[in-house]
Design a protein around this ligand. Structure first.
Ligand code: 3H9
Length: 709
């Protein structure tokens, strides 16, 4: 037997152990070795039943995702798919095969589990068909066996939604036959002994839960509607529903054939390639080349948050939710009361929506201790400053924190635009100063931009990266440039959106072009949500840096002067009704038209394609500069920032991946057209020019050592 699978014997029960760390993926060699072990079980007269179990921390987390790229790029030339055949062999074994599940039985792992005659599980195990999250569907009869075990409704929910269920729920649904407390292997062997000699039920022959077409029709219709709404633009969920529908309609073999066709169609799609890029990208961003895995991590058991505004309050909730006690400091009682009331309101909303229980919330609230002073800050391991965005104030706060906090404490700023180095200069410990840029609402958004100053210590970086994970965030390390990565790119993106309106596109048309592309919101509606006054204040702070003669958007400053700050004032680019629904506002159209006329900007019809290209390529061009200058470590870091902080559609892989799929030569040509029409704001990034000329991609680009940060 190979190293990947071991066969041992516990008297009359064979134990097949899969050992392919870290997650026992079904890499080449694993299915073959399982098949070989089953062959032994079948032939060895001393064996009456078998247990299949995962070695290490988990059962099987699925097919080996790395192999998919090899298949779609033609490196794999294997003929008939192997896994489905191996699963049939297990199911056809004349001796009962008991699957013993701990950790995760995901994707191909779940499919493997369902090919057994019985399943037992540790109570902490999770089971699921998460393939849709990779833009594919189960490809080894998962869509055919799951409805036979759990019914069509649950199978549709799991295969189209992709979220796992607990072992307890799996037990209630009949997917799992027994929960095993304590030693799983021993429990599974005992179970196998109980069922040895009895007829072994084949999942594929069960039909009791498949329902009638009449019963299934409303379930499938509701699932399709939900998928179109909640997973807008994604192909895989609809394919998964079609495959599950086939399970109830067709014999098993024909259902499997349909599943295979749908699986292959999805696998070769751009959506799946993008989502697989995202899967590995989310893991890649945690790796910082000059901060090795062994870098010591500083303890963060207690934190301080300075400022109880929207951001500070949200950040306090993030820590409290992760079990870390927080001292929340404000300057006066009224501001502190307001901050706390917001936190309570926020939690109450979560209880109302059923996300948290009251008990859970009470426990979290107890972890947030409000204060008007810095008393107690001497004990905290880390402080996150979230005061008003102004350099003078930030420096004052950091000088004070430097005085009151213990020497080992990390001092972090939530600034979204200001220089971490300048903030650090207010302290005597610049090595302990770092940026932790949360996105609003901080307790919801997954992105955490971690900003490395020129003096930030490696231990501080490693600690912040690990803390991000603990807080349930995706931490991405970025360099210290104006706007860091996300906002620096967002600036030209929103600038183009505004220019387009000035040139004749309607506010709604600009937003629609981007939401049709898959963005969660259009650029102008996003401004209204974030508050137009934020940018206005920043523009005022940086006005002295603007180059004379360079075109600037006209309308947003005017809107702010009118008190139209966006949703919070009931009006911005749109008007908002009492339910915060955006309504187009002719007053804005008129204002923009007048401003454009005064500035001599000609009006014309602008096609949606131009709106899209100008906005997205503005992102890409700035992203290319950031990448070359080294403020982002890799193109995928930029992608992960945009997916988790800016509502970029995951199935397009992020702005840099999207540009790669369009082809950099084509992107460059279009940018050069825009440069001719609109001038130097559209000068192509040198890296884009170079890569386009080489026929290369952003993906995989590694900057020469010795670049800026
Ligand atoms: C499928 O099964 C299709 C089927 O229908 C069959 C069709 C024929 N493959 O996430 P972590 C790596 S599709 C390859 O940091 P955690 C991961 O990249 C698959 N590699 O750990 C990382 O590598 P590195 C359906 C994989 O404890 C390391 O393992 N299954 C795979 O936070 C540790 O991972 C899924 O979609 C894989 N399948 O989370 C499950 N899985 O250290 C995908 C992980 O070099 N996996 N790696 O960066 C997960 O959801 C999580 O990894 C899991 C563990 C929850 C299992």
């Amino acid at each position: 037997m190979s190293d990947l699978v071991q066969l041992s014997q516990d008297n009359d029960v064979a134990v097949i152990t899969i050992n392919n760390p870290p997650v026992n993926a079904l890499s080449p060699g694993v299915p073959e070795a399982i098949a070989e072990a089953i062959e032994h079980v079948q032939q060895d007269a001393s064996v009456r039943a078998a247990v299949v179990i995962g070695g290490g921390r988990t059962f099987v987390a699925g097919a080996d995702i790395k192999e998919f790229g090899k298949i779609t790029s033609g490196q794999h030339t294997r003929g008939a798919p192997l896994l489905p055949a191996v699963l049939l062999k297990i199911e056809d074994c004349s001796k009962p095969v008991v699957m013993a599940i701990h950790g995760t039985a995901f994707g191909g792992g779940m499919e493997l589990a369902m090919s057994g005659h019985y399943r037992v599980a540790a109570p902490s195990a999770q089971l699921g068909q998460p393939e849709v999250k990779l833009g594919i569907i189960p490809g080894a009869a998962g869509t055919q066996r799951l409805p036979r075990l759990a019914g069509v409704a649950k199978a549709v929910e799991m295969c189209a939604g992709g979220n796992p269920i607990s072992a307890k729920e799996a037990r209630e649904l009949g997917i799992v036959d027994r929960l095993v407390e304590g030693d799983l292997r021993a429990g599974a062997v005992a179970f196998a002994r109980e069922v040895a000699g009895k007829p072994a039920p084949k999942t594929r022959e069960r039909t009791g839960k498949l329902g009638t077409p009449e019963q299934n029709a409303p379930i499938l219709a509701a699932a399709r509607e939900q998928a179109r709404k909640k997973q807008r633009g994604l192909m895989a969920p609809l394919a998964a529903i079609e495959a599950v529908e086939a399970a109830a309609r067709l014999p098993f073999e024909l259902g499997c054939e349909l599943e295979r066709r749908l699986f292959t169609g999805c696998l070769f799609s751009d959506q799946s390639k993008a989502l697989i890029h995202v899967f590995f990208g989310e893991r890649e961003v945690a790796k910082v080349p000059d901060v090795p895995k062994e870098t010591p991590i500083l303890p963060v058991n207690q934190v301080g948050v300075v400022g109880a505004g929207t951001m500070g309050g949200g950040i306090a909730m993030v820590f409290a939710n992760a079990g870390i006690p927080v001292l929340l400091r404000e300057v006066d009682q009224a501001a502190l009361d307001r901050g706390l009331a917001n936190i309570q309101k926020n939690y109450a909303g979560s209880v109302k929506r059923g996300r948290f229980t009251q008990e859970f919330v009470d426990e979290r609230l107890k972890r947030i201790q409000p204060t008007l002073s810095f008393a107690g800050f001497a004990e905290v391991d880390m402080v996150v400053e979230a005061v008003f965005e102004g350099m003078a104030l930030k420096k004052e706060v950091f000088a004070e924190l430097d005085r009151v906090c213990k020497p080992s404490a990390i001092l972090a700023s939530n600034t979204s635009t200001l220089s971490i180095d300048e903030i650090a200069s207010a302290t005597k410990r610049p090595q302990s100063v770092i940026g932790t840029h949360f996105f609003s609402p901080a307790n919801v958004m997954r992105l955490l931009e971690i900003v490395r100053g020129k003096a930030t210590g490696k231990e501080v970086i490693a600690t912040a990266m690990q803390l991000a994970k603990k807080l349930g965030k995706v931490g991405v390390l970025v360099g210290n440039c104006r706007g860091f990565v996300g906002n620096r790119m967002f600036h030209p993106y929103r600038r183009e959106a505004q220019f387009l309106v000035e040139e004749g596109a309607s506010v709604e048309a600009v937003d629609a072009a981007l939401t049709d592309f898959g963005m969660a919101m259009g650029p102008l509606a996003t401004g209204d949500l974030a508050g137009l006054d934020v940018g206005w204040r920043i523009r005022k702070e940086y006005r002295h840096l603007e180059k004379p003669g360079v075109r600037q958007p006209l309308a947003e400053d005017r809107l702010c002067e009118m008190g139209r700050f966006g949703q919070k004032t009931g009006a911005g680019w749109y008007k908002y009704d009492e339910n915060r629904r955006a309504v187009p506002d002719p007053e804005v159209a008129e204002l923009v038209r007048k401003a454009a006329a005064a500035a001599g900007i000609a009006q014309r019809q602008i096609p949606a394609e131009e709106i899209l290209d100008r906005c997205i390529y503005a992102l890409v061009n700035e992203g290319a500069r950031i990448l070359e200058e080294g403020y982002a470590l890799r193109a995928v870091d930029i992608d992960i920032i945009y997916l988790n902080g800016y509502g970029f559609p995951a199935y397009r892989g992020g702005p840099m991946w999207y540009a790669d799929t369009v082809g950099l030569k084509q992107v460059l040509e279009r940018i050069r057209e825009f440069q001719q029409q609109h001038g130097e704001l559209w000068a192509p990034a040198p890296l884009l020019v170079r890569l386009a000329e080489q026929g290369a991609h952003f993906d995989g680009f590694i900057r020469e050592p010795g670049g800026k940060p």
